[in-house]
Design a protein around this ligand. Structure first.
Ligand SMILES: N[C@@H](CCC(=O)NCCCC(=O)O)C(=O)O
Length: 252
């Protein structure tokens, strides 16, 4: 029996009392296990201990998850964040080089929300540090019930001829939206996959990539098995990871 692909699910650093801990929202690992049919492996953000090359050699794919924290603006040449902004420098310092190395190595990658913003910054792009604020189009109030926060709220136009079209997504799709930041300048070598009605870029792929390399601003992991568009993304990601695992098995 062939083994399921091992898919790294990048964590966030957090605190429990005086202790630094790794945090991982279940919905990401569950989407990997169900829609992608992979074995989720929570990847701790230890940039000083884990080398991107070692991670890439050990896994069949990488999921860069969403997170409430924002990328530190010095990573893209932006002015300092307002006081009180939540950051996760350990995550930045692992995720940004890992995005570049994984794409270079042809490891399948999927970025969601913060993970999508990391993709853009890793390739030299910039971010809007604050879009329109809680309660507006892109960011629901955080005191709403979670089902409402992750309900589909706005439309996106899918640019024809890209990864999303090949997955069978229609020209206009409805997505959820749980972010306060957004793409400003698109990184080098990235292709725009989807755009919101207000012009915000919400999907990117890597031009001419050797393997699946997609980032989305919305949350396809949310109730993934009940939404055909969301599921198509995870299924294609899982297939790419499986192909990578099978290639590795043949080599060894
Ligand atoms: N902090 C960034 C990224 C937003 C993001 O990833 N949200 C997800 C929140 C929790 C989750 O569902 O995993 C921004 O505000 O744009």
């Amino acid at each position: 029996m062939s083994r399921p692909p091992m898919i790294g699910v990048i964590a966030c650093s957090g605190k429990i009392g005086p202790h630094t801990v790794q945090l991982s929202n279940d919905k990401y690992a569950e989407a990997v296990a169900t829609a992608a049919e992979g074995l989720p492996v929570i990847l701790p953000v230890f940039p000083a201990l884990l080398d991107p090359a070692q991670i890439i050699a050990s896994l069949d794919g990488l999921l860069f998850t969403g997170s409430p924290s924002n990328i530190e603006p010095h990573q893209y040449g932006g002015p300092p964040s307002p006081p009180g902004t939540e950051h996760d420098p350990a995550r930045d310092n692992l995720a940004l080089p890992l995005w570049r190395a994984a794409v270079e190595a042809g490891l399948p990658v999927l970025g969601i929300c913060r993970g999508f913003q990391e993709m853009n910054v890793a390739f030299g792009g910039t971010l809007h540090q604050q879009l329109d604020g809680p309660g507006a189009d892109h960011e629901p109030p955080s005191n709403e019930p979670v089902q409402e926060q992750y309900a589909r709220t706005h439309a996106l136009t899918v640019r024809p001829g890209g990864v999303l079209t090949r997955l069978g997504l229609k020209d206009v799709i409805e997505v959820n939206s749980v972010h306060g930041q957004g793409i400003a300048r698109v990184g080098q070598g990235l292709r725009i996959e989807a755009v919101a009605e207000d012009g915000l870029v919400e999907g990117l792929s890597v031009e001419g990539s050797r393997a699946f390399a997609l980032g989305v601003q919305w949350h396809p992991e949310w109730e993934v098995m009940e939404n055909a568009d969301y599921r198509a993304i995870f299924r294609a990601f899982g297939e790419a990871c499986r192909a990578r695992a099978e290639k590795d098995a043949r080599r060894s």
